[in-house]
Every structure is written in structure tokens, then in C-alpha cells.
Design a protein around this ligand. Sequence first.
Ligand code: ATP
Ligand code: MG
Length: 258
Amino acid sequence: MSEMHHIAISTRALDLWYGSFQALRNINVSIKDGIITSLIGPSGCGKTTLLRCFNRVNERYGNVRTSGTIELLGKNIYDPDISLIELRKSVGMVFQRPNPLPISVYENVVFGLRIHATDGKPHRDELDAAVEKSLTEVGLWKDLKDRLHDRAVGLQLEQQQKLCIARLLPLKPEIILMDEPCSALDVEGTRGIEELMFALKGRYTIVIVTHNMAQARRASDECIFMLLGELIEHTRTGDLFLNPKNPKTAEYIEGRYG
Ligand SMILES: Nc1ncnc2c1ncn2[C@@H]1O[C@H](COP(=O)(O)OP(=O)(O)OP(=O)(O)O)[C@@H](O)[C@H]1O
Ligand SMILES: [Mg+2]
């Protein structure tokens, strides 16, 4: 790989506490632009917590305190002039269970455009175009173009998860965070989401949390291994699996714990 990548996300001396419990310890990480990075490590090591730092969603969970810095595309996300709304538009997130809204496919895709519209109601043509473009980008347009007014919660789980990705796209995110996005899906569904991640990478920076070592190996360019709130190793995926530098990484990928 000779392409140059800028840094999409970087943290310096990032600590995070839930009350008196320290969940992240001195995280210094630089995540490259336009690639897929996976976060791996045993349950409770802080993967979800770290992911949620990147769009400041942890703050919703109460009693959370952080120190250190987090920069997205070179900008400190705790700067007073940062708009949380803009931050969350540019850093989209999908979850373990697909969570489309209980409204139509069409309305799910345009939901963000409607709530973020600044100058009056968005025009019908603009919404239609966004729906076609976003569903095409996630590979759902052909299957759903005649079912746009069906309820989204009636779709297959794989389609629901793709729809959850599609509805981020009209807001023009730079970064897409995925917290175990395939854990509710079967093998076929998992493959569908991984293929979609490949199709989206380059245009978006993708950070995925996964418990599935095979998935981390197949799907990510770089891999971050965490343990007890610390970042143990961050390197190219091939190197992490074939030639881990830290013995703790080796033990984890060999399945000796977690
Ligand atoms: N809202 C919260 N309040 C208090 N402690 C929390 C909260 N959320 C997470 N924790 C604790 O912080 C630690 C890290 O949790 P986190 O959910 O980030 O881990 P994880 O690596 O995503 O785990 P899993 O693989 O099970 O999803 C755990 O010890 C967890 O119990
Ligand atoms: Mg988690």
C-alpha cells in the first residue's frame, strides 16, 4: 500500500471514567482516513466506550468524565465552537441490533435531512434523489425501489442494517462507526455487510468493533487490540494476526482468553 492516508481520528492521553471506574487508560491512537479499522479485545475492555468517544455519545450515558484530547480531521471535538449536531452528522453510527425507525423505508432515509433542514422544508425532488442515491450506495435500491413505502421494521435484518447505514449517508458523514454490526445477522447477512463495508471504504473512514476474529481479519485494514481499557497494539491487520508484537495480543488471537 503506497497510498497516503491522512489521519481521520486521533486521541492523545485519553482517559475516561464512569463515576470512579476508569474504563479507558491513556489511549493514544491515530486512525487513518478512508480505511477500515477494527477494534478487538475481550468483553468489557472498552471497545464500545472508545467508539462512543468519537462522536461524544458517551456523554449521554451520565456520570462520564474524560481527559486528554480527541481530534477528528485535525479538529478538537471538545472545542467550544464545535457543534454537536455537526459532529454527529459527520460521524455516523450503527449498532448491534438494526434500529430503523418504525416508519417507511423512504422516511427512514430522509429522516436526518428533515430534522436538520435549516431553510424551510426540503423539496420533494431533493428527498427522492437522496433516497435513490443512498439506497443505491448500500446496494438496496434494486430490491426496495418498489417498496419504499413499506415499513422498515418488516425488512430482513440484513436489509435493516443496510438501511441504518443508508440513512446516515444523506448527512454526508466522513466517518462511520459500527459497534458489532453483524452480531444479529447470520452468515449470509454478515457477508452482505462486509461486502458493503468494502464498497464504502475509501469514501468513508470506517471503524468497526467486532468479537469475531475471522471478521477482523477479513474485513479490516488495520486492527487495534484493547485490554482492560488500554490500547495494547495497533497495526496492519495482517501483522497483528501473523506477527503480533505484544504477547497479550498473541494470547488473545490464539483464543486463550476473551
Ligand atoms: N454506562 C456505564 N456506566 C458504568 N460502567 C460502564 C458503562 N458502560 C460501560 N461500563 C463499563 O466500562 C467497561 C468497558 O465497557 P464497554 O462496553 O466499553 O466494553 P466493550 O469492550 O464494548 O465490551 P463488550 O465486548 O462486552 O461489548 C466495562 O467494565 C463496563 O462494565
Ligand atoms: Mg461493546
